[in-house]
Design a protein around this ligand. Structure first.
Ligand SMILES: Nc1nc2c(ncn2[C@@H]2O[C@H](COP(=O)(O)OP(=O)(O)OP(=O)(O)O)[C@@H](O)[C@H]2O)c(=O)[nH]1
Ligand SMILES: [Mg+2]
Length: 342
C-alpha cells in the first residue's frame, strides 16, 4: 500500500454492483476524496475500478447469497478492510440496497470504519418499486446502515429515473439513473474550482449527520423559470418519500451552464422556505457545468418517518427497541468440516 493510501483522509468505498458502478463514475470527478476502494462478491463489479484497491469476497461457485451469508464470508477479510480504511477521517459507504452484496456489506463496512474512529456517511440507492422482492432486504439493510453511520443519504431509484422510452433496457435505465445520481453527488463532494462553489465536507456532514433520515431529491428544467421549476420538482420528489414539512436542514445544489444567473439562484433558494417549511436551515451551491438544462439536487434531512419504514414490517410493528441488537451473520461451514462432525 502506498503512503498516500495509508494517510488518505476521505475514503469512498463502493460496494456490490450498483455501489461499484456509481463509485467508479465518482472516481473520475474532481472530488475531495483521497482514496477509492471497491468491495464485492463479484469480480465483474471491478471492471471499471481502474487501478484502485479492491477486496473480493468470493462465495463458492453456485452458492445462493444472502446478506447474512455475505457478512459471514466477509469475516475472513476484516483485517484487509481494516488496513485499507486505517487513517481515514471520513468514510463514504456507497451501495445499492436490496441485493445480497450491498445489503450485507454496507452496514458491515460502516461498522468496521466506525470502529476505527472514522466519521461514516452512507449513500444508499434504494430499489425500483418493480423490484418487490428486494424491498425487505433493502429496508433491513437501511436500518443497519443508519445504526452504523453518522447519517445516510438515501437515493431513490424511482425518483432518479424518468422514462424516456418504453424500450429501454435495464442497462439503459442504470446508465440514466447513474448519470443523475453522479451529477448530484459529485456536486455535493466537489473540490472548489473556478466554476464550482464547493460546499466543503463540514457543511455536508452537518446536514447529513442528524437523527432522522436524509433524502436526495433531483429534478431538471430547461424552461425560462428553470431555477424555480427544478427546485419545486426536487421538493416534490422528496414529498414522495416523506413529509417535507419535517425538513430541518437542506442543501441545494444548482448544476447548469452559465445561463443560470445569480438572481435566478437567489429567487429560487429564497422561495425554498415557503415550499417546505419556514424554519429550514438552507445551504446552497452552484456548479457551472453541463448544458443549459438545470439540475437541482436537494439534500434534505431530519425526517422521522419515510416510505422505507414500510419495507421492513418487523420494524413497523415492533420498533427499534424489540429488534435484534447485532447484525445477523451466517458462518459459512465448509462441507469437509461438516463431514468430520458426523
Ligand atoms: N442507480 C443504479 N441502481 C442500480 C445499479 N445496479 C443495480 N442497481 C440497483 O441497486 C439495488 C441492488 O442491486 P445490486 O447493486 O445489483 O446488488 P448487489 O449489491 O450487487 O448484490 P447481489 O445480489 O449480490 O448482486 C437494486 O435495486 C438494483 O436495481 C446501477 O448501476 N445504478
Ligand atoms: Mg451484484
Amino acid at each position: 500500500m502506498s503512503q498516500n493510501e495509508k494517510t488518505g483522509k476521505i475514503v469512498a468505498v463502493g460496494i456490490g454492483s450498483a455501489g461499484s458502478r456509481i463509485t467508479s463514475l465518482l472516481s473520475k470527478e474532481n472530488l475531495f476524496v483521497d482514496k477509492f476502494l471497491f468491495v464485492s462478491c463479484d469480480e465483474n463489479d471491478f471492471v471499471f475500478a481502474s487501478d484502485n484497491p479492491r477486496i473480493l469476497i468470493q462465495p463458492k461457485l453456485g452458492e445462493k447469497l444472502t446478506p447474512s451469508l455475505v457478512r459471514g464470508l466477509a469475516l475472513s477479510h476484516i483485517k484487509e478492510l481494516n488496513e485499507q480504511l486505517e487513517g481515514a477521517a471520513v468514510v463514504l459507504v456507497i451501495a445499492g440496497l436490496g441485493g445480497a452484496t450491498g445489503s450485507g456489506l454496507a452496514p458491515l463496512v460502516a461498522h468496521v470504519a466506525s470502529g476505527l474512529g472514522a466519521t461514516v456517511i452512507g449513500i444508499a440507492v434504494m430499489p425500483f418499486e418493480f423490484e418487490k422482492k428486494l424491498l425487505f432486504n433493502a429496508g433491513v439493510a437501511l436500518r443497519w446502515l443508519r445504526k452504523n453511520t453518522k447519517g445516510v443519504i438515501v437515493v431513490d431509484n424511482n425518483n432518479l429515473f424518468k422514462a424516456s422510452s418504453e424500450s429501454m433496457t435495464l442497462t439503459d435505465i442504470y446508465t440514466a439513473t447513474n448519470h443523475e445520481c453522479v451529477r448530484a453527488l459529485s456536486s455535493l463532494f466537489a473540490r472548489p474550482t473556478d466554476t464550482t462553489l464547493a460546499l466543503g465536507i463540514n457543511k455536508v456532514l452537518s446536514t447529513v449527520a442528524c437523527n432522522g433520515y436524509t433524502l436526495l431529491g433531483v429534478a431538471n428544467s430547461d424552461s425560462t423559470d428553470k431555477a424555480e421549476e427544478a427546485l419545486a420538482g426536487a421538493v416534490i420528489s422528496i414529498g414522495k418519500l416523506a413529509e417535507t414539512m419535517e425538513t430541518e436542514k437542506a442543501v441545494v445544489i444548482l448544476n447548469c451552464d452559465r445561463s443560470l444567473s445569480a438572481s435566478d439562484v437567489a429567487t429560487a433558494v429564497g422561495r425554498l422556505g415557503s415550499m417546505i417549511n419556514r424554519n429550514v436551515d438552507v445551504e446552497y451551491t452552484v456548479v457551472h457545468s453541463g448544458t443549459s438544462e438545470l439540475q437541482v439536487s436537494l439534500i434534505a434531512s431530519g425526517f422521522r418517518n419515510t416510505k422505507y419504514d414500510e419495507y421492513d414490517p418487523l420494524y413497523k410493528v415492533f420498533g427499534d427497541e424489540n429488534l435484534e441488537k447485532e447484525m445477523d451473520c451466517s458462518i459459512p461451514f465448509e462441507v469437509d468440516f461438516l463431514e468430520r462432525c458426523d
